[in-house]
Ligand binder design. Structure first.
Ligand code: ADP
Ligand code: MG
Length: 593
């Protein structure tokens, strides 16, 4: 490691999210493995005895620690990874708090033995709260750290430990997470003399093969998408790997394992009708993004992060999942829209259905030993086909717009909802949120491209604001003009409104600017960028309302523009825009089946 270890000054310590991270042996393993990875290690060997109660040892071939730094490394707030408070906002290492080794050493007996390749090897021993001087030790290829008698001096925590078997299971889980995020690292795990895991540098699908049972490797689909400065890359399981309980959903941010319910739900919603509530697909996805776009200093465990713009990532993950499923569904001839029944007559189709590259997987061929899983027996083939068909038809409809449009079948009810038949049943669209979605995306696009059209007001409006409101409004002026407003700043905190966007619902010209501004000021925290905040405020107040009557042409236009948006199904806050009622559902409700 180039940077030497130093103790962080007080003001930075206070900015670091504090808390205990050494809960159990698995958390020790996590911290030690993270240190090895941060040191650039490509080989890790972990030895566990008695579920970590008696020994946890991690050997790595990383950069090592200089002998004079060894006593420092085990002190509190000592790190080589950050220097000043600004570094907290551009963390590119797994660790940065400088606390792990100190916390672990305070509840165990630690031997830290290392060699940095320049000096000869050295070691320090920490026991009963005292740190030995650096002693000469044999040269090693990196760092070797051994933790003996964990919690020997904290009976309360020792009592909290589960049986060695259970603790070992937690350790294996931790190692699995870290090695999925770092497939190019060799990882060996030896527990009580038995080799439980031995992997060599490999790509992600081979890594999944090494860590899970062999059915996994045969049922994987690639997920990948680039979006500006960030990208999604990984693999997900087809329907054969869907489980009835969570636990095999892995999301990494720049190779850091993170827990994020919203992003998990982005994957689920990408599966749409292919999975039902309470079903969990398998996936391993890595998000690569610039380190200043995300705050990892949220929780001491470092598995929670705060993205600058989480909804953007949500939508990209969802789109990536949908794309990967769609690419494959489209190669299946019997998913043609017009066809109503599936046939397995032709050998070609059969092959497609049973091919390894099929989202439906090998029907009934699951024998992966998860006897508690719902699909470990035979999957319901008809059910899978039905779901896949529903899925394909949803995609087809999005691509071609709603069928009912061309046939002229479209109605408004209660001046609030739009109804239209589609291939598989019918859709109900909430006119307000639909228009909101359209305006939102169009406004966002306009910021990067050309102005949206305006309609000039017959009588310009003069509006007066409080001085602080006015200063915000001035900042927003250029964006408002992009959307299609024409405004002129005048004296005494007032503006003259000459034109409003053509698209805006009529009747709200007088109040719209004030409403947008109020909404903008009130909902600051929900959006990450000025542009999104403003687009959302405009969309909310410029959209037609529930209660507005629409003509046939207006409905047609709204629906076709809705389907031209990137995400016609959900508003940015996850509320549905379109509700589908399938024929099957109707038949069931009418007790036809
Ligand atoms: P942090 O990882 O947050 O910096 P730690 O207490 O985990 O804090 O480690 C303290 C320091 O010890 C690290 O910053 C690093 O310089 C050094 N260190 C710990 N483990 C290793 C290792 N396996 N290889 C090289 N250096 C290490
Ligand atoms: Mg660390």
């Amino acid at each position: 490691m180039n940077n030497s270890i130093h103790i962080l000054p007080e003001d930075i310590r206070n900015k670091i999210s504090a808390g205990e991270v050494v809960e159990r042996p698995a958390s020790v393993v996590k911290e030690l493995m993270e240190n090895s990875l941060d040191a650039g290690a490509t080989e890790l060997k972990i030895t566990i005895e008695n579920g970590g109660h008696t020994l946890i040892q991690v050997l790595d071939n990383g950069d090592g620690i200089a002998p004079e730094d060894l006593p420092l490394a085990v002190q509190r707030y000592s790190t080589s990874k950050i220097k000043d408070a600004e570094d907290l906002f551009r963390i590119d290492t797994l660790g940065f708090r400088g606390e792990a080794l100190a916390s672990i050493a305070s509840v165990s007996e630690m031997v830290l033995h290392s060699c940095d390749g320049t000096h000869s090897g050295g070691k320090v021993i920490v026991k009963d709260g005292s740190i030995s001087d650096t002693e000469p030790a044999p040269d090693v290829d990196g760092t070797q750290i051994s933790i003996h008698s964990l919690f020997y001096n904290t009976p309360a925590r020792r009592k909290f430990l589960k049986s060695p078997k259970v603790e070992l299971r937690k350790i294996v889980e931790t190692i699995r997470q870290l090695s999925l995020g770092n497939p190019h690292t060799d990882v060996t795990l030896i527990a009580d003399g038995k080799t439980l895991l031995q992997t060599r540098s490999e790509d992600l699908s081979d890594r999944i093969n090494s860590l899970f049972d062999p059915t996994y490797g045969k049922n994987l689909l690639k997920v990948t998408m680039d979006k500006g400065d960030f990208s999604i890359d990984g693999l997900m399981g087809n329907l054969n790997l869907v489980r009835s309980r969570p636990g095999e959903q892995f999301i990494f941010l720049n190779s850091r394992f993170i827990k994020d319910r919203l992003l998990n739900s982005a994957v689920y919603s990408g599966f749409r009708s292919l999975i039902k509530r309470g079903e969990y697909p398998f996936f391993v996805l890595n998000i690569s993004m610039p380190v200043d776009q995300v705050d990892v200093n949220v929780h001491p465990m470092k598995t929670e992060v705060r993205f600058k713009d989480e909804w953007r990532i949500y939508h990209v993950i969802k789109a990536a999942v949908t794309k990967s499923l769609k690419d494959i569904l489209e190669t299946i001839p019997s998913f043609d829209r017009g066809e109503t029944s599936f046939s397995f007559e032709s050998g070609q189709q059969k092959k497609l259905f049973y091919s390894e590259n099929n989202p439906l997987g090998e029907f009934g061929g699951v024998s992966n030993g998860h006897s508690q899983m719902p699909f470990s027996g035979k999957r319901d083939q008809n059910e899978d086909l039905k779901r896949a068909k529903e899925y394909a038809s949803v995609l087809a409809e999005k691509q071609e717009g709603i069928e009912g449009l061309s046939s002229g079948k479209i109605w408004q009810i209660h001046n609030k909802y739009i109804l239209s038949p589609i291939q598989s049943g019918m859709v109900v669209i909430d006119q307000h949120v639909a228009h909101e979605r359209v305006l939102f995306e169009e406004a966002l696009n306009s910021f990067e491209k050309s102005h949206l059209p305006s309609q000039t007001l017959l009588f310009p409006e003069k509006l007066t604001f409080s001085p602080d409101e006015y200063s915000v409004l001035l900042e927003l002026l250029p964006y408002l003009e992009k959307i299609g407003f024409r405004l002129k700043a005048e004296e005494e905190s007032s503006i003259r409104l000459d034109a409003v966007p053509t698209d805006m619902s009529l009747g709200s010209e007088k109040t719209i600017i004030r409403n947008i501004l109020d909404h903008y000021l009130e909902h600051g925290k929900e959006y990450s960028s000025t542009q999104e905040k403003l687009a959302a405020s405009y969309a909310c107040h410029g959209a037609i309302k529930a209660g507005d009557p629409l003509t046939f042409e207006e409905m047609q236009e709204l629906v076709s523009r809705l389907f031209a948006t990137e995400h016609p199904y959900y508003c940015p806050h996850g509320r549905p825009i379109i509700v589908q009622l399938s024929l099957e559902e109707l038949d069931r409700r009418f007790e036809r089946v």
